[in-house]
Design a protein around this ligand. Structure first.
Ligand SMILES: [Zn+2]
Length: 450
């Protein structure tokens, strides 16, 4: 009987062909393009593995592919998504986004890094296990959704409706992951929350000649005054009561963060800025990046912004804001505090429009079994220690699927710093793909016995 490594080697070309098949199928949730076809492909691949599968419809959305295989005292949940970002701008791709191509050891296609490579290699790793090691030592469950790239609007409802499928899992392998610039495998153990809103200020019943500005209030000014109360020049969020809901990082999180490589001068050069906010460097910059909440003006609009001048007094101004959240903040609490804060300063006329549901914060305990198993698996696969990130600076539906059910989650995957997720020439390195398959074997081994 072949060893795991021999089996993977013998099936190398077929595994890559399957990845080509997956990535040549468009599946753009934002454009409702190819979604059913992709869900069917994923279903078929899981069934071929021998998993029990179900296509679970989502009202006004794209179905969840659910699968189950193996048995044992432990259950590992795998979360991936089969939707991808739109491919535009097409002219910036060296090879077309839906025509996968391997060049110089890199596999180019839309969605290959985010997240079809991880989705597929996890299945292929389990196939290789079954072919060479026999029975799985644990139960594996898949939740593969089709709406991650549009903010997972229905995942919370999916979990509420199908709680029995997910709850009780002992750990979750989350969807994305990469090596860092020093070739260290990264393990990401949480996500910030997010709430995206608009603030609107209204003035006269129409735009006016700006001569009227001495007696008619300008909503653009009102909006600017209101915004100025949300944050000060030290980058402290000054919304009343805001800091009371911020849990500072615990000791394990701080210790892990202290090992995150961060070359301040290199990062400054990368962004083309002279210094970071408040002059933070090194560990101070890491702490600020991962452990503090933000409020960001993402867009600001009022009046006339075209070429030349127009002396207009606008009647409407609006701003798009995102708030990145840390434990124990919630989207609901932010809206509540913001409303009270604005009202207390006389900005009762400024409307808050919540355009998206938002996402809760997720943070897995760093001493949980899944994190420990992933660290051991990284050591065995890559021959070096993983860099453990208590959280990413970005957001995702980890709370909805995992944290609210008490399931710790960790991200690890086949990307690298130049994978260009969401951008033209998205790619992974083929060698990382096959190392990723080995990593899954080691993860299963370590997680089952922990
Ligand atoms: Zn993505």
């Amino acid at each position: 009987m072949a060893t795991f490594a021999e089996y993977v080697e013998a099936n190398r070309e077929r595994f890559l062909e399957e990845l080509k098949d997956f990535t040549s199928q468009p599946s753009v949730a934002a454009q409702a393009w190819g979604m059913q076809e992709m869900a069917d492909k994923v279903m078929a691949r899981l069934s071929k593995l021998g998993a029990k599968t179900r296509l679970i419809p989502v009202e006004d959305g794209f179905p969840v592919v659910y699968g189950e295989i193996g048995d044992g005292p432990k259950t590992l949940l795998i979360y991936d998504h089969y939707d991808v970002q739109p491919p535009e701008p097409l002219e910036l791709w060296t090879s077309p986004p839906w025509e996968p191509e391997i060049r110089d050891g890199k596999f180019y296609a839309r969605g290959v890094a985010d997240n079809k490579s991880d989705l597929l290699l996890r299945i292929q790793a389990i196939e290789s296990w079954l072919a060479t090691e026999g029975e799985l030592p644990l139960k594996i469950k898949w939740v593969l959704e089709g709406e991650e790239e549009i903010g997972s609007p229905n995942l919370g409802k999916f979990v509420a409706d199908n709680r029995e499928l997910v709850q009780g899992a002992d750990g979750c392998l989350w969807e994305f992951g990469a090596k860092d610039a020093h070739e260290n495998p990264m393990l990401i153990c949480g996500l910030k929350g997010i709430i995206y809103i608009e603030l609107h200020a209204h003035g006269a019943n129409r735009d006016l000649h700006s001569g009227a500005a001495s007696i008619v209030e300008n909503p653009a000014w009102r909006l600017v005054w209101a915004l100025a109360t949300l944050k000060n020049e030290r980058d402290e969020i000054t919304i009343d009561g805001y800091s009371e809901f911020v849990r500072p990082p615990n000791e394990l999180e701080l210790e892990a963060a202290s090992k995150i490589p961060f070359d301040t001068n290199l990062e400054l050069a990368k962004f083309g800025v002279k210094e970071f906010i408040n002059g933070v460097r090194d560990f101070e910059a890491i702490k600020k990046l991962y452990f503090t909440p933000t409020v960001t003006i993402c867009g600001l609009h009022s009046g006339y912004t075209g070429p030349g001048g127009k002396t207009v007094l606008p009647n409407h101004a609006f701003v798009k804001l995102d708030f990145r959240l840390v434990p124990e903040q919630t989207p609901e609490k932010v809206i509540e505090l913001l409303r009270k804060h604005l009202d207390a300063r006389g900005f009762t006329d400024i409307q808050i429009e919540r355009t998206e549901a938002g996402e809760h914060v997720a943070r897995s305990p760093l001493d949980s079994n899944i994190v420990q198993a992933a660290k051991a698996a990284a050591r065995a696969t890559y021959g070096r220690e993983a860099v453990v990130y208590p959280t990413a600076a970005g957001s995702g539906p980890m709370y909805e699927l995992c944290q609210q059910l008490g399931i710790p989650a960790v991200s690890a995957g086949a990307g690298y710093p130049d994978s260009r997720g969401h951008a033209p020439n998205e790619n992974i390195r083929v060698a990382d793909y096959f190392e990723g398959i080995t990593f899954i074997r080691e993860l299963i081994r370590n997680f089952a016995r922990n």
